[in-house]
Design a protein around this ligand. Sequence first.
Ligand code: COA
Length: 159
Amino acid sequence: MIKCVYPGSFDPVTSGHLDIIERAAAMFDDVTVAVLVNKNKKPAFSAQQRMDFIKRSTTHLKGIQVDSFHGLLVDYMKKRDAQLIIRGLRAISDFEYEFQMAAMNAKLAKDVETVFLMTDISHSFLSSSMVKEIVSHGGDITGLVPEDIKNDVIKYFCR
Ligand code: COA
């Protein structure tokens, strides 16, 4: 069975991420959504909260696991015995960064492959930072994040 990892910061998970997760789940039996714990970044939501948001957004899907990791992605892939990295491409501007990352990961681990899924066009403008920016100014994030977590994202910024 092919084991896949969809890594990212997911701070917070957006409808664009969920679109990628749903499509990966339709193609592969074993998909782990892996939240990066990056000590150099100060996320709005803790790794635990980000994982909880993803879990609550994916209860309708089979074969999805949610985990966190730190360090190199290829080391985490090895630990999980996973062969495929899934990444979403929103626009041509994503390509250069993703191309570099895929090439570097392939160099670091020869048995690891990266598969790109095109983010649905309706989410191609979306990012986690944009969601945080909109909600912090009291804007409407309906449709931008999974409905199951929307109120918790709003609550966080209205503390
Ligand atoms: N829909 C909506 N938004 C999306 C999206 C989609 N389908 N795909 C990506 N995004 C947005 C995210 O919301 C995020 O927005 P933000 O910058 O406003 O927070 C941005 O695109 C970056 O996305 P993300 O997928 O979280 O990537 P990342 O750059 O934070 O992390 C890792 C990428 C985790 C894969 C990479 O940093 C990594 O592997 N790190 C581990 C260390 C390592 O191995 N490094 C060597 C790699 S060569």
